[in-house]
Design a protein around this ligand. Structure first.
Ligand code: MRU
Length: 342
């Protein structure tokens, strides 16, 4: 049974299908200040929501891709689109963000049924929602087993470090890396979770902290630059993160700031564990060098809360992800297996 996520008394999914033809998402850009649901009725609205990170996180993007194809088919019927127009809409969706391979995976899972009619397309899309829940629970339990095995005898509970948000908000429910934390918490095994704030869009501070708060799991938010020092000080038993794309050789693309944590984990001899569904493994990308790293607008770096933090004209670079080489990864945990690339 997938566990309930009860926030404010209601069971919420990050993303879901509302018949006859609407996608409903939690608007993550408004969290933690406001828990708001948004209805998306066109592919254009969905693409905009993806680009603005209203819906984000690799597994949630996979589900968004699949449901988006069903949305496109409904819109095509409503607006009288021809096949070319529909194909263009699906291609735009497929390319809405470049790094998380799950988006492409989700689109392709459902687009493969386009010849079978609208009902079949919708069924295929909706099935991805429950599949994501089941997948996350399975991989989280496997990850919790692995960490219990790697780190026995911690009477005060494990001290974990995570980065960005790989929780229920990044999936449909439960989460990947944060799913592992949830599963460990259910076993009474979590002492503390360090949460990297995740500059510049603060997915750790805004979203992961929000989830841990509602779950009653002890946590402390730290600035991204503090992570390696906290590991060096012996305050962390293991780093657990999600992934946006895992190349065939085991190199892992995840939110920028992950690589320094992996370096520190290796230097100080603690496990660096990546929790991700099989749909994040990309056999078509041989190594991390071939992963397309999303470059986001410089304004996200030079502005803070609407105010400029740098001299006018300051240059800025804003890669949204970095790549951790396979030899720094202790284990990749999926719903099916544990891979040890290092
Ligand atoms: O830019 P985002 O917020 O979509 O980046 C998300 C991450 O990097 C997550 O760590 C990753 O998608 C794994 S989510 C289970």
């Amino acid at each position: 049974m997938p566990p309930d996520r009860r926030v404010l008394g209601a069971r919420l999914r990050t993303i879901d299908w509302q018949p006859p033809s609407t996608i409903v998402i939690i608007d993550q850009a408004r969290l933690p200040g406001e828990l708001a649901l948004v209805e998306l009725r066109t592919v254009g609205e969905l693409i905009e929501a993806i680009r603005r990170l209203r819906v984000r996180g690799a597994p949630a993007l996979g589900v968004a891709g699949g449901l988006g194809v069903a949305l496109a088919v409904a819109e095509a019927e409503r607006e009288g689109w021809d096949d070319d127009r529909l194909a263009r809409a699906i291609s735009d969706l497929r390319h809405a963000r470049p790094t998380a391979v799950n988006l492409v995976w989700g689109v392709d899972q459902v687009a493969g049924h386009l010849d079978e009619g609208r009902d079949t397309v919708e069924e295929a899309a909706i099935s991805l929602v429950q599949r994501d829940v089941d997948t996350c629970v399975a991989l989280a339990e496997r990850g919790a087993d692995l960490l219990s095995e790697l780190l026995p005898g911690r009477p005060r509970g494990l001290s974990l470090h995570t980065h960005c948000n790989a929780g229920a908000l990044a999936c449909v429910e439960w989460g990947t890396a944060l799913g592992v934390v949830r599963s460990l918490h259910r076993r009474g095994m979590v002492g503390n979770v360090f949460v990297g704030e995740t500059r510049p869009l603060l997915q750790g501070a805004r979203l992961t902290a929000w989830e841990l708060h509602h779950e009653g799991i002890p946590y402390e938010v730290v600035v991204d630059g503090a992570g390696p020092g906290i590991i060096a000080a012996g305050m962390v038993d293991a780093v657990v993160v999600g992934a946006d794309r895992i190349a065939a050789n085991g190199d892992v693309a995840n939110k920028v700031g992950t690589y320094p944590l992996a370096l520190a984990a290796a230097r100080h001899g603690i496990p660096f564990v990546v929790a991700a569904p099989e749909s994040t493994l990309d056999d078509g990308t041989p190594t991390g060098d071939a992963i397309d790293i999303e470059q986001r607008p410089p304004d996200e770096v030079v502005m803070w809360s609407g105010a400029r933090t740098t001299p006018v004209g300051a240059g800025a670079r804003n890669p949204a992800f970095d790549v951790t080489p396979a030899d720094l990864v202790t284990a990749i945990v999926t719903e099916l297996r544990v891979v040890r690339p290092g």
